[in-house]
Design a protein around this ligand. Structure first.
Ligand code: ADP
Length: 609
């Protein structure tokens, strides 16, 4: 499967057609400075092109360049994943996009004024161009939906917070989800068994405490301004300080916005811009502002890491990702100093040499005896978006192709030979059909007999027609205990060396040396059904029954395929009772009980017998 992933920012667009399983890109698109002079789009794939799009807005760029991207990819695309920054309280999982969801995302723009409007523009353009494909929104905030109340609540008056929806949301969720999963995979562990601190350090930066797979703390809050020092954002500052500079510098809201979002952070501290490479180079030359910028950046991060270890009661792994996290060994070195008390021991050589890319997405940088795994992870939000999008598309496809299998419950019954019918009911007697059974040609008869075992007997056991070449008595395990018989579990018709009993009818009795079986659970289906389920005759499968409080998965279910059959799973009364399927009205025959089962997996390619 290939997925088109689109990430529309306020002045940049990143898109790719990729395989979510391998991460391989069939084609990529990168547009920079959209809406500004010198705007260009580069598409790379089977063909490559650079286009100048100076006077075009996001819509126009997408209209022009998405077809070029798909053309360059040269593979069919099954779904479109859209990165959406803010999903608010409501969107806590990847979501199918329709007009109502798009309107909701637009309405959340006040929470992410730079991002959500651009995301919506991308969604509109892509839906217009590719109306027949499923479009799915993957939210940056969704991974943090698990933040407990104590970490998402600001200590503000409750009424005010409620009125304005003031709470912490957290961002970079796709990256934190991706890197925590990659680390767990690398450690050959289940993410649900690990406490991981993920540090996404790019132009924006955030840390996250991922406790057993769930985000329980993160450094960004209601907006991406809270937390770590970032390229141009201040991160945490004393709110009292803001009141003071507003007064003393006569700053209005826009002025404060500019100050905190665009003039602070590494850029504000260093005075040389927000690119850490430049800051590191100047610091190495002795520039004091740049040295301090690095110290403040790494000190703040270390403080968060220590805090998160305390929040989770320990830490098993710390991961660095994003442009800075992946590339700056200096930032990692400084950050991980003095974390020995947690058991984190950095291997300096591995740290210096660490290089990750999509083919080597995780590199360990800890010493062999470090109790905490330290890792560099290649950030791949596109792939995580593609994965989540593909999972949703797959789920829908499965839902559409999975046919429920009707269940029929068979109460104890028997099949008789011509000779047995005459012995039990008299010479020349023919069976009297009273009710057709669900399998074509089969019927319940008016005739009943008594089955006698060594211990007890059961009266009124229904005869099913038509007559067969061998007598067969089908009972449940409970019946066997009652009769004092140990009958084998067998397919219908396979009575050789099965258990013995005696049958008593109105005209006589008939000892059977063999013939009593406990029927093997099975599903009848047509060759067409078998093709839909991907199974063949005599396959052994597992089948799930949804039941009120007693869901059950039956193993060892035999598949029987014939054009004469109708799709139906047959259970006996014991099995039906175990799954709380009402079989009270099945006495004497095989009856459809109005319940269904779901084929969950094929156990073996072929039944060995
Ligand atoms: P964004 O958050 O915009 O996606 P990235 O994750 O690409 O940003 O990170 C960009 C930042 O990564 C750059 O501003 C730069 O500071 C930093 N960076 C990239 N390469 C290096 C490097 N080799 N050494 C130090 N910092 C680097």
């Amino acid at each position: 499967m290939h997925v088109l992933v689109i990430n529309c920012g306020s002045s940049s667009i990143k898109a790719a057609v990729l395989d979510p399983v391998t991460g391989l890109r069939a084609a990529t698109l990168r547009a920079q400075r959209v809406g500004q002079p010198g705007a260009t789009v580069r598409v790379e794939g089977r063909t490559s092109s650079d286009t100048c799009v100076e006077d075009l807005d996001i819509d126009a760029v997408l209209d022009q360049c998405l077809p070029a991207l798909l053309e360059a990819a040269g593979v069919p695309v099954q779904g479109v994943g859209h990165r959406v920054v803010h999903g608010g309280d409501r969107y806590t999982a990847p979501t199918w996009l329709d007009a109502a969801v798009v309107a909701d995302i637009d309405a959340l723009s006040p929470l992410a004024p730079l991002h959500n409007p651009a995301n919506v523009a991308g969604i509109h353009a892509a839906r217009r161009l590719l109306p027949d494909l499923p479009h799915i929104a993957v939210f940056d905030t969704a991974f943090h939906a698990t933040l407990p109340r104590r970490s998402r609540t600001y200590a503000l008056p409750t009424e005010l917070a409620t009125r304005h929806g003031l709470r912490r949301f957290g961002f970079h969720g796709t990256s934190h989800a991706w890197s925590s999963r990659q680390v767990a995979r690398h450690m050959k562990a289940d993410v649900r068994d690990l406490r991981i601190i993920t540090c996404h350090l790019g132009n924006g930066a955030s840390a996250c405490a991922v406790e057993f797979g769930r985000s329980v703390e993160t450094s960004m809050g209601m907006t991406p301004l809270e937390g770590l020092v970032m390229g141009t954002r201040a991160g945490d500052v004393d709110a009292g300080l803001l009141l003071r500079i507003m007064r003393e510098e006569n700053l209005d809201v826009d002025g404060l916005d500019d100050l905190l979002n665009r003039e602070s952070g590494l850029a504000g501290l260093s005075g040389v811009g927000n690119d850490l490479r430049d800051i590191e180079a100047r610091a190495a030359e002795g520039d004091d502002r740049c040295r301090l910028a690095l110290h403040v950046f790494t000190h703040r991060l270390r403080r968060y890491i220590g805090g998160y270890a305390a929040v989770m009661g320990g830490v098993d792994a710390i991961a660095f990702t994003g442009g800075i996290g992946e590339n700056s060994s200096l930032v990692r070195h400084r950050t991980l100093q003095r974390l020995g008390f947690l058991g984190a021991r950095l291997n300096e050589d591995k740290n210096r040499d660490a290089a990750v890319d999509p083919t080597v997405p995780v590199v360990g940088i800890h010493q062999a005896h470090s109790r905490v795994g330290l890792f560099v992870v290649a950030c791949d939000e596109q792939r995580e978006i593609a994965r989540q999008c593909a999972a949703l598309v797959d789920e829908r496809d499965q839902v559409e192709t999975v046919r429920p299998i009707p269940i029929a419950v068979s109460a104890r019954h028997l099949h008789l030979t011509r000779h047995a019918v005459e012995t039990l009911f008299g010479k020349g007697h023919t069976l009297t059909p009273i009710k057709p059974l669900s399998q074509p040609g089969q019927f319940a008869c008016a005739e009943k007999v008594t089955v006698v075992g060594p211990k007890r007997s059961i009266e009124g056991v229904r005869v099913l027609g038509p007559e067969r070449p061998a007598c067969q008595v089908e009972v449940s395990r409970t019946d066997e205990f009652f009769l004092g018989i140990d009958a084998p579990v067998r397919d219908s018709g396979d009575v050789r060396n099965s258990a013995a009993c005696t049958l008593i009818g109105p005209a006589g009795q008939l000892p059977l040396a063999e013939g009593v079986i406990c029927a093997r659970r099975h599903i009848h289906m047509t060759p067409m059904d078998a093709a839909v389920f991907g199974v063949s005759d005599r396959d052994v499968v597992e089948v799930a029954v949804d039941s009120d409080g007693r869901d059950l998965v039956f193993g060892d279910v035999l598949v029987r395929v014939s054009p004469k059959y109708k799709l139906e799973m047959h259970l006996d009364t014991d099995e039906a009772n175990a799954a709380q399927i009402d079989s009270s009205h099945t006495v004497g025959a095989l009856v459809d009980v109005g319940r269904t089962a779901r084929l969950v997996r094929r156990k073996t390619a072929f039944d060995q017998r």
